[in-house]
Write a protein that binds this ligand. Structure first.
Ligand SMILES: [Zn+2]
Length: 435
């Protein structure tokens, strides 16, 4: 390729990028995960899949070594032979046979990206270390559909440099969506197998839904989400017996032995299962809540809630997961945490000051009384309407305007002026939420 051709190509890529970004604004980004079925692969193909991750690790570690006395931007992306250390820390060289060119690029790109985020942390006075060598690499970015990976049909995909088709499970999640476009994907090596997390775009739906009426939700201190229509949804998931068994097994095995390694693998698998259960439950709860036209919730500090003792069984709360999923939706309004949803009485408008965490029922002097959580959830609808007449949303989808309402002003001023903001949909081209 001559210099002129190269420049012309760069311009073409840039123009294409602009067009795509313009188009993406009208689309919804979703990430789907499909599982790779390795039972139909032959031995060479299985090795290939495994070696992609091993070689990515070699390349990553080699680039880190290179960075000791060079600039990462000078690293040769077309490198074929990399240096490393073997089990006994003796220097060896590895040949990269399986890693495609775009995969190499994205490994190096990943390092650059990590360096950038470390630098920005440092800028904000956080304590940062340096990048570390990896003992395993488990996520490879496949940058382009039809280059690094491609769909042959609903059940088969191909990878760059891979001989033959790979069978996948789960493409029915998105295969029949009209006008769906595939962006980048991530090849994941998880404890129970290989997965492909595909970023997709489809047009914003014109489907008119019959939504249920608006709802307020109160995230309970420990275990439940309470809705303004009186539902209480449990958000705790108990750790399985299997995890405990695996932990005991590891404790009995000798350090460094292959039996211990096998036990660790089992434990990872068990934890992944727990993770899937959590994600599944969170998805179901969010789906149920999003059947309502408008959802009001409060921006509460979830940290510190987990400090309390749950007794002997270890339990995992999915409250944080539910919250972050809800906040991505444009129909969800998040109220600032200094709006007194618990203290405010909807009947007489007074603020009750002496209310403890242990009071489960809200009682007002005027005779009004209600379950504390339901009361708070109902107040969220009420107070969000009173404090925000009109909503102004800035370019980031956030409303940070200070609201002062007529009838609440006097009461709320005692607690500082309330802030209310709304989150829009955040479009992101990466599927980093999976990692
Ligand atoms: Zn009252």
């Amino acid at each position: 390729m001559t210099e002129d051709e190269r420049l012309a190509k760069n311009i073409r890529i840039r123009e294409q990028g602009k067009l795509t970004r313009k188009k993406r604004k009208r689309q919804i980004c979703r990430v789907y995960r499909v599982k790779i079925d390795i039972s139909h692969l032959n031995k060479a193909q299985k090795t290939h899949l495994k070696m992609i991750f091993v070689e990515a690790k070699w390349l990553y570690n080699d680039a880190l070594t290179f960075m000791n006395d060079h600039d990462i931007n000078d690293y040769d992306m077309k490198v074929q032979i990399v240096k490393g250390l073997d089990k006994d820390k003796k220097p060896v060289t590895h040949e990269l046979k399986y890693l495609g060119s775009q995969m190499k690029q994205s490994v190096i790109q990943g390092i650059k990206h990590n360096l950038q985020s470390l630098a920005s942390l440092k800028k904000h006075n956080h304590k940062v270390g340096s990048l570390r060598y990896k003992s395993d690499y488990n996520s490879i970015n496949l940058k382009q559909h039809k280059v690094t990976y491609r769909f042959y049909d609903e059940k088969h995909i191909g990878l760059q440099g891979f001989n033959g088709h790979i069978k996948i499970k789960g493409a029915n999640q998105f295969w029949n969506i009209p006008g769906i476009e595939f962006a980048n994907a991530k090849l994941l090596s998880l404890p129970d197998g290989y997965y492909l997390a595909i970023t997709t775009y489809c047009n914003k739906g014109g489907e008119q839904k019959n939504y249920k009426p608006e709802i307020g939700i109160d995230m309970g201190i420990k275990t439940t989400i309470t809705t303004s229509d009186g539902r209480k949804i449990k958000v705790l998931i108990e750790e399985s017996e299997r995890i405990k068994k695996c932990q005991r097994l590891i404790a009995r095995r000798k350090k460094g032995s292959s039996n211990r390694y096998k036990a660790v693998k089992l434990l990872r698998k068990a934890y992944q299962k727990l993770d899937s259960r959590k994600r599944d439950k969170a998805n179901k709860i969010v789906h149920e809540l999003l059947e309502h036209e408008k959802i009001y919730m409060q921006d509460e500090n979830l940290r510190g809630w987990h400090k309390g003792l749950f007794g002997r069984t270890v339990q995992h709360s999915i409250l944080g997961l539910v919250k972050s999923k809800l906040m991505e939706n444009e129909r969800v309004t998040v109220l600032s945490s200094n709006i007194p949803t618990t203290k405010y009485c909807p009947c007489c408008g007074k603020l009750k000051k002496d209310i403890n965490l242990s009071d489960r029922i809200y009682k007002c002097e005027c005779g009004y009384q209600e379950d504390r959580d339901i009361h708070a959830a109902r107040n969220m609808i009420l107070l969000s309407k009173n404090t925000c007449g009109t909503q102004e949303i800035n370019a980031f989808g956030e409303n940070v305007r200070q609201h002062k309402s007529q009838d609440l002003c006097c009461n709320l001023d005692e607690l500082g002026s309330p802030r209310l903001y709304k989150r829009g949909v955040v479009h992101s081209s990466s599927s980093s939420s999976f990692l």
